[in-house]
Design a protein around this ligand. Structure first.
Ligand SMILES: CC(C)(COP(=O)(O)OP(=O)(O)OC[C@H]1O[C@@H](n2cnc3c(N)ncnc32)[C@H](O)[C@@H]1OP(=O)(O)O)[C@@H](O)C(=O)NCCC(=O)NCCS
Length: 436
């Protein structure tokens, strides 16, 4: 497999590089931690390493050094499509180079060969109570597949540490291959009377998801490819990435680790923001019965703020400009359905809300993030079941977190074990600092 060979070829150099850095410069400080951060969710504490993506405050996310516009231009695409193969993106995340079309197609082919979901995983979903949240179902299906783990099997038969990454790559390909079928099964079971659509062997991973969802508009295939690219990775400190890494650091396999990551993604402060954002847009639309004018929208936004709520989809913990993931989706909507009401409204919000937030003066970043528009695009294609949106986010995010786990194993990253203090100890540290 080209993918595996290329990772293998890089590993010795990476191991040497990391070993040298730790040996020669292990004591060099990268930052300090204050009491506010200890109590404040470790915000901005530099305590993780990943070479797969980096969020630049002024530019937004880069995957393996490439910006979103660069990726959309350079990654190989299916004939006649605007958006790249997810297989090419996965190759990039794992290997670090822009793949050739042949390399991208090889990943797609691997996924096809590994995509069959065992019936027992579906049976578990069918057996769950009808009101089980789609994210719970998604996480359950991933966890159910844990018995397939090649890593865990080989580990118990005496796998050498140097080789941990190999079965982790196998597990990652096996799991990611099945995600479109699992997610669309949940969608069709929950919202479409259980009429399941079988995979089309001629379609790539992203387009096959669109097909199995039952959305017939060909534009949805490209939107799916775009969506899966944009949400795949966002450094390693966000909850889904960090939870996956943490659980994986105990040498739990990717099924255990990704299921944990998905449980974090299900939280309202993480993966649910996109549905809140669409909800806000629909509130605006329903209040006026049409796309309002700028003045009315300005007022609506001010009313949201004065009622103590945030404007969903705006602001970011790290970024200080329009999120390029927003821009890519905005451009997609402009090309495909500029006259769609909810899309038009989302675009108008972009013209109005940053000014309202600047006037209020609290948000450090008044610009839109990825969530400000993604729901509006799904809505256009008739995927209007909000609870399902996080599942799509999860399908995409597992590409990033599994690529990270392969490399964590390749570089022998240890179990995570930060140190805790008591509040009394922090008070003592504070008292000493004040006295000196
Ligand atoms: C994304 C977000 C959680 C980042 O949080 P953060 O790093 O703490 O943001 P800031 O440092 O800019 O926050 C400073 C203040 O501005 C407020 N603020 C930030 N974004 C805001 C928004 N979109 N609407 C209203 N107020 C906002 C914060 O609530 C905070 O208020 P406080 O001092 O009263 O607590 C925040 O911008 C937010 O809540 N946005 C809306 C929800 C959203 O889009 N989430 C998806 C994120 S990808």
């Amino acid at each position: 497999m080209l993918l595996k060979e290329q990772i293998e070829a890089q590993i010795p150099e990476w191991r040497e590089r990391v070993k040298k850095l730790i040996k020669e410069d292990g004591a060099v400080k990268v930052g300090e931690v204050n009491i506010g951060q200890v109590y404040g969710g470790m915000r901005d504490v530099k305590g993780l390493v990943t070479d797969i993506s980096y969020v630049d405050p002024s530019e937004g996310i880069r995957f393996r050094g490439y910006t979103i516009p660069e990726l959309l231009e350079k990654l190989p695409k299916p004939e006649g499509s605007e958006m790249p193969y997810a297989g090419g993106l996965y190759f990039l995340l794992l290997v670090g180079n822009i793949p050739t079309k042949e390399e991208a197609l090889e990943v797609e082919k691997e996924w096809k060969a590994r995509g069959q979901v065992p019936q027992y995983a579906f049976d578990i979903l069918i057996a769950a109570p009808a009101d089980t949240h789609p994210m719970t179902l998604f996480s359950m299906a991933i966890l159910a597949l844990q018995r397939e783990s090649i890593f865990t099997d080989q580990y118990h038969h005496g796998l050498k540490k140097d080789a941990y990454w190999e079965p982790t790559l196998e597990d990652s390909l096996n799991l990611t291959a099945k995600l479109p079928a699992i997610a669309s099964f949940i969608y069709r079971m929950r919202y479409k009377g259980g009429e399941i659509i079988q995979s089309d062997p001629n379609l790539d991973w992203g387009a096959d998801f669109a097909h199995m969802m039952g959305v017939t508009d060909p534009g949805y295939q490209d939107l799916s490819r775009l969506y899966f690219l944009l949400h795949s990775d966002h450094e390693s400190g966000n909850v889904s990435a960090h939870a996956t890494h943490l659980v994986g650091s105990a040498l739990s396999d990717i099924y255990y680790a990704a299921s944990a990551g998905m449980n974090g993604l299900a939280g309202p402060l993480h993966g649910l923001a996109n549905q809140e954002c669409l909800g806000w847009l629909l509130d605006v639309f329903n209040k006026y019965g049409h796309v309002p004018g700028k003045e009315e929208l300005h007022q609506f936004a001010r009313d949201t703020l004065s009622s103590g709520k945030v404007i969903p989809g705006y602001g970011h913990a790290v970024l200080r400009k329009t999120d390029p993931r927003f821009t890519a989706q905005h451009q997609f909507g402009m090309r495909h359905f500029p006259e769609d009401d909810i899309f038009k409204l989302a675009a108008l919000v972009y013209e109005v809300v940053p000014r309202v937030l600047q006037e209020q003066g609290k948000a450090k970043d008044p610009w839109p993030n990825v969530d400000a528009i993604s729901g509006a695009l799904q809505y256009h294609y008739g995927v209007r079941e909000f609870d399902f949106y996080t599942v799509m986010f999860g399908v995409s995010r597992i590409l990033g977190v599994s690529a990270n786990l392969v490399w964590a194993r390749a570089l022998g990253q240890p179990i995570e074990r930060p140190k805790s203090l008591t509040t009394a100890m922090l008070e003592e540290i504070a008292a000493k600092a004040t006295a000196s």
